[in-house]
Design a protein around this ligand. Structure first.
Ligand SMILES: NC(=O)c1ccc[n+]([C@@H]2O[C@H](COP(=O)([O-])OP(=O)(O)OC[C@H]3O[C@@H](n4cnc5c(N)ncnc54)[C@H](OP(=O)(O)O)[C@@H]3O)[C@@H](O)[C@H]2O)c1
Length: 315
């Protein structure tokens, strides 16, 4: 496993990290989820991403249990705040940030997270209030660093101009061969400011593995066939997208790679990406995903990917 520096911090994160959204918030049974966490350590993954809202605390609770016996300095732990935790608890006000970090730390059974991320921008709270509260959280030792996820570029810019507050080290956007929107503004801005990308859904929720075939039912053990986990995959399992993904199969073969390696090496070709945050429903997937670290795609392969995907790519 290779490691990359997380923005301007002194943290080194594994190129492949373990996510916990639909999977460890209840979609995957607890024993299997714990086996995936163990597999992550076996393959050298040191970076685990969660959020308070995943299962309204369930994902953090599961990770707290799964990580309890491990040396705290052996892994880098990231969580997030913003989405509703109850009818009245939501957003990035100072009161919420202070309340939610304490609740997250309790569920995660630790006294600090390495990265505390604002899950979205909160238009209802003054930005100065959010940045001051995040600074207090860092000063109190409850988080080592801060990050944002899917903030508009102008709000990132505005936040960076606020004096006497901690600076971001990470940005968490959706990024994959199919979803390249961050390339327009967010990545160039972050490159200038010493902020790394840690990217979500780099496998397009599993679609880029090629396992969903156009015109066929999804495999019975897949996310698209799962009652609890299929709520967000519709846009990706459209026939045109699935047909384009099937055109990647010979591209991967020609390069001597699996589809998983092709997809993850593609996001890691971008130097501003520190880690690909990958979800996994089985330990074997963690092993397969980790094998993408260190693979460099040739220009011919990159060109063939663009040709195969054509206009299904979102830019
Ligand atoms: N910041 C945000 O707003 C945000 C949003 C979404 C996600 N995230 C983070 O990013 C992480 C990853 O996102 P994601 O889980 O949506 O997408 P993903 O990593 O692109 O896809 C993960 C899913 O693909 C399938 N898969 C994984 N490895 C595979 C393999 N080797 N072979 C075949 N299938 C494989 C598994 O589903 P099945 O086996 O069930 O098919 C797995 O749950 C999340 O867990 C979360 O931590 C953040």
């Amino acid at each position: 496993m290779n490691f990359r520096k997380l923005g301007s911090s002194d943290i080194e994160v594994s190129e492949i990290s373990l996510g916990s959204w639909l999977t460890y918030s209840g979609g995957v049974e607890a024993e299997r989820a714990r086996a995936c966490v163990d597999a992550a350590f076996e393959v050298g993954i040191n970076f685990i991403d969660t959020a308070n809202v995943y299962g309204r605390g369930a994902s953090e609770t599961l990770l707290g249990e799964a990580l309890a016996g491990r040396e705290r300095s052996s892994y880098v732990l990231a969580t997030k705040v913003y989405f509703p935790m109850s009818d009245s608890d939501r957003g990035l006000s100072a009161a919420q940030i202070h309340k939610q970090i304490d609740a997250s730390l309790k569920r995660l059974r630790t006294d600090h997270v390495d990265l505390y991320q604002c899950h979205r921008y909160d238009a209802e709270t003054p930005l100065e209030e959010t940045m001051a509260a995040l600074t207090e959280v860092v000063q109190a030792g409850k988080a080592r660093h801060i990050g944002f996820s899917e903030w508009p570029a102008e709000k990132i810019d505005e936040s960076l101009a606020i004096p006497d507050t901690v600076r971001w080290v990470s940005s968490q956007p959706q990024y994959s061969m199919l979803w390249r929107a961050p390339e327009a503004e967010v990545i160039p801005l972050c490159e200038r400011e010493g902020i790394s990308q840690i990217v979500w859904s780099p496998l397009g929720q599993g679609v880029l593995t090629g396992k969903y075939r156009p015109g066929e039912q999804p495999p019975a053990d897949s996310r698209a066939a799962s009652k609890s986990m299929s709520g967000f995959i519709d846009r990706l399992i459209q026939p045109q997208v699935l047909e384009a993904v099937q055109r990647l199969v010979p591209v991967a073969e020609e390069a001597g790679l699996t589809m998983v390696q092709l997809a993850l090496a593609w996001v890691l070709r971008q130097p501003n990406v520190a880690s690909a945050i990958v979800g996994a429903s089985r330990p074997e997937q963690v092993h397969a995903n980790a094998s993408a670290s260190g693979i460099v795609l040739s220009q011919d392969t990159l060109d063939a990917i663009d040709e195969a995907l054509g206009d299904v790519v979102v830019r």
